[in-house]
Design a protein around this ligand. Sequence first.
Ligand code: R5P
Length: 300
Amino acid sequence: MSPSLLFSLPGNGALASLLTRELGAVAGELEIRRFPDGETYVRYRTSVADRRVILLCTLDQPDAKFLPLMFCATAARDLGARSVGIVAPYLAYMRQDRRFHPGEAVTSSSFATLVSHCVDWLVTVDPHLHRIRSLSDVYSVPAVALQSAPLLAEWIIRNVERPLLIGPDMESEQWVASVAERSGAPFVTLGKVRHGDHAVDVTVPDLQRWSGHTPVLVDDIISTAGTMVTTLRHLSQLNQRPPVCVAVHGLFAGSAYDDLRRAGAAMIATTNSVPHSTNAIDLSRLIADGVTAVMPGEPH
Ligand code: R5P
């Protein structure tokens, strides 16, 4: 069977090169541009007829990226692709997974329905599964949720002396516990109450018995960084070693990165799910394995 074709949507070039190599795929050429009126133009410059197509598009800032991605997916089908899948290392719209207030849209399921209509499969990394237990609860196509915990653990073992892992809230326990198990480090989780997009309170337990350890904040997402900044402020009063922040997805909305630095983060490490200067943990091998497992026609 011919090798699969990987098309990188704008902004995904660095991971695309790594992933194309890991998969033994061929990099396809895709033209995407805007018409003067703001509408999107898409043209495949590599024929997709009878080929397995992989579209790589991480979905931070999803509203701008989603329509071009859907045009690419539906065009590939129209042009006779054998199958079309999306690799979205960061999968958007996983947090509004219920109606917290009357009248709200439950965007997790609306988004999943739209994506499921246009592709044959999806691969992502550590989606924010909290109240939604599994991607198959909302996605009707095969959707693989890969776990980056072993890679985070490996990075922490290599880079941090005597780590004490700290999950800023109960939601983060699934990630922090898994990283702790693999790195052999102790962990605690904090209590968090969110009052708004930027306003967060955390309760830090007595960490006295861990003095001499390096606090490592571990979370799935850094968005506004409010969660980590608030935690760092508490830690700064406890005379701990300079803290480290590790996250799967560094979205860094607005001044989040500078805010984290100012709050005392000595090191910040993220995976390359969203391109950023803090990317220190490569996901390409993990993603390649996930694609190989889900893409039709691949040996299982
Ligand atoms: C919350 O549910 C997530 O696990 C993260 O803690 C949260 O998304 C971080 O957001 P922010 O950086 O805006 O505090």
